[in-house]
Write a protein that binds this ligand. Structure first.
Ligand SMILES: *Cc1c(COP(=O)(O)O)cnc(C)c1O
Length: 375
């Protein structure tokens, strides 16, 4: 971020005050897949849509600046962003990744292990000396989610950067849960940031998108080459939708956080809740209820919370990780790090906080009355 304005202002103004695009306030969508050339060798910006597009440019420049990076690459999904990052590495590379990790990332890493002879060591996010001992001759990067998903654990990104710099390996951060509104990993020494922009950045449960942010000439150039060569780029319409969503990011994040903090206070005193996991910022939290048998009736009793598999949208969601987002992580692995069958993950929306708590309250009442809860 530049010092010229605050991030709230920067977000709202994305795409505005440009001399190009007829000074349109809202960024126009350029659907054209091709751009005419005046003559051979005259390069005036665009030629083919996969390589570059004016709508995508506005988005990518804004995201790069927000994350304090130099370049951003908008992709067709968050997973395509992760795939783009790992396209940097050669067969036989080793990586260290967060133990508590988004199930889709874990599933892709398993594919990489089988197909590209990559190997992964998982770190529980606690002991930084232990992390350093995991580094081998062929280790190429440390891939961190902070906060983790679904146990909402944060790590010290600066400490990890010291280690990655000492060993000349890359520090990659999935910043989906905190967003650049809260955390800018590149300022803390990370090299690459990835996002599922489907979540908070877009914010309305109506868009699938990803983004990779980088700095440093070599990595920037490599990504530009791979983004174009692989081709999982974001469509102009989706770039427009993402820009529109991001204009309200600051406003939404403040309300998500305010509501999540209220929900945390409520859950911490509830007799049917045994544990609450909240990283301190943002709108994501997880909690364990006292008995696995209560999970299903509880989910059925909800009237405002939507039982669905995503996060970061304006609507409040509840997810049951072991059958949804994290079902591809084997049971023994999940249990070994505390992802239990009683854990529910909430993406607290921006509805009125009292209505959100009232919904949880009536669902707890309903399961108590059903006689399911004998506590
Ligand atoms: C959802 C998610 C992804 C994958 O993104 P998609 O947009 O669904 O492809 C990656 N990382 C995290 C932390 C996520 O929550």
């Amino acid at each position: 971020m530049t010092d010229s304005c605050r991030k709230e202002t920067f977000l709202v103004q994305i795409g505005n005050r440009k001399e190009e695009h007829f000074r349109a306030v809202s960024t126009p969508i350029y659907f054209s897949t091709a751009f005419r050339h005046e003559e051979i060798g005259l390069q005036d910006g665009y030629d083919y849509i996969r390589t570059g597009n004016p709508t995508r440019d506005v988005l990518e420049k804004a995201v790069a600046e927000l994350e304090s990076g130099e370049k951003a690459f908008a992709t067709s999904s968050g997973m395509a962003a992760v795939q783009l990052v790992f396209a940097l590495f050669e067969e036989g590379s080793h990586f260290i990744a967060s133990r508590d990790i988004y199930g889709g990332n874990y599933r892709l890493f398993e594919v990489f292990e089988k197909k590209y002879n990559f190997s992964f060591t998982y770190w529980d996010g606690k002991d930084y000396e232990e992390l350093e001992t995991f580094i081998q001759d062929n280790t190429k990067a440390i891939f961190i989610e902070s906060p983790t998903n679904p146990l909402m654990q944060t790590v010290d990104l600066r400490k990890i950067s010291v280690i990655t710099k000492r060993h000349e390996i890359l520090h990659i951060v999935d910043n989906t849960l905190y967003t650049p509104y809260i955390q800018r990993p590149l300022e803390e020494g990370a090299d690459i940031v990835v996002h599922s922009a489907t979540k908070y950045l877009a914010g309305h449960n109506d868009l699938l998108a990803g983004v990779v942010i980088s700095k440093g000439k070599t990595v920037n150039e490599e990504f530009a080459f791979l983004h174009n060569s692989i081709g999982a780029v974001l469509s102009p319409y989706d770039c427009f939708s993402l820009i529109r969503g991001m204009k309200t990011l600051a406003l939404r994040m403040r309300q998500h956080e305010n509501n999540a903090k209220r929900v945390v206070e409520y859950l911490r005193t509830h007799p049917l809740v045994t544990d609450v996991y909240y990283p301190g910022r943002s709108g994501m939290l997880s909690f364990e209820i006292i008995d696995e048998a209560l999970v299903s009736p509880f989910l059925k009793a909800l009237k405002l919370f939507t039982f669905a598999e995503s996060l970061g949208g304006v609507e409040s969601f509840l997810t049951y990780p072991i059958t949804q987002t994290h079902m591809d992580i084997p049971k023994e692995v999940r249990e070994s790090y505390g992802l239990s069958n009683c854990l529910l993950r909430a993406s607290v929306g921006i509805e009125h906080e009292d209505d959100i708590i009232a919904d949880l309250e009536q669902a707890f009442e309903a399961i108590t009355q059903l006689g399911v809860a004998k506590f």
